[in-house]
Write a protein that binds this ligand. Sequence first.
Ligand SMILES: *Cc1c(COP(=O)(O)O)cnc(C)c1O
Length: 389
Amino acid sequence: MNSTLRRTWAEIDLDALTYNYQTIRRKIGKDVRFLGVVKADAYGHGSVQIGRKMQELGADYLAVSSIDEALELRNAGITMPILILGHTPKEQVDRLICFNITQAVTCEAKAREYSAEAVKYGGTLKVHIKVDTGMSRLGYICEGDYFEHGVDGIALACNLPGLDAEGIFTHFAVSDEPGEDCEEYTKHQFQLFRDVICAVEEKMGRSFRIRHCANTGATVRYPETYLDMVRPGLLLYGYGEFARQWGLRPVMSLKTTVSTIKIYPKGTKISYGGIYTCDQTTRMGVVPYGYADGFFRTLSNRCSLYTGEGLCPQRGKICMDMCMIDLTGKNSVDVGSEVEIFGSHQPVEVLADLAGTIPYEIVCAVSKRVPRYYLENGNVVEKELMLRF
Ligand SMILES: *Cc1c(COP(=O)(O)O)cnc(C)c1O
């Protein structure tokens, strides 16, 4: 990769993405639609490039978290259906309609606001009703004593002028967690979701065109929850235990290079705070990857990076723009040598576990300073640098 951008970079393997998409598609069967979740810049992979690929591959829907994320896709020429999972201010309803963007409706107040704005604008807003079946975040509460009230509210929303209730959905809280309790909880959520759909459809005398609830965990563990469409994010990008179970491939590899190598005598303290002391003559490499690039400072002195001679322990506090790795005895690793932070040799899950977090957070944290290289058939087909210069 001959470029001035060769500092720290992310390689996005579009072939892996294609493979993952096609594998998931085959597993879910031809009657189930596929929504790809591309919120948060497609989990750090670049929502425009991922969205474009999804459209090219024939996915049915994309989902984002906000109108800004949706418009970014529309501005990039992506014409397929897009669902906004989060809140959109009512002042933006005209833009939603104008750009043919589907909006989640999460409560009666918003349904009424959206309806009034759509009528004022003289258009129809496509909406998906969000049901809270136990995630306790967004959506119509329908649990227990709230059931009738929830069902009435949803039916009311569906019949408001200016709204086209194309779909209905819910979100699972523990579909990716092991254990009987979680299984029971998920099954209860799904049953409640079905009961709500049934009651609303009966009340309205018509049915929803797209009912969906299966996130990554449910897509792999609960095929009975597919209904009309699955809605995975992480699975598509190939991380986590469920991706492994289905033999999917990680889409992102994060790489850097050795920028400097120095030899320190035994007893030398390394980096801020001097938390690491060399216990022998040490050949220490500096790599230009720090917490401003998305490295977790909490991993300081507790992780390793992968070089041509295997894993090298990271030493001392991770700084904003760089960190040190121990290259003692690994003499073929030189200035300019490539270092894998995570990827095919060191799965992102390893770093996530060490940091006490989930792969989602690690890939989302890769900052805008890190250029993304898009690879197809081993060739770079596109570069994205999110800095202006
Ligand atoms: C983020 C999100 C998803 C995707 O979750 P994964 O665990 O990545 O599959 C699905 N549905 C909703 C509502 C979400 O917010």
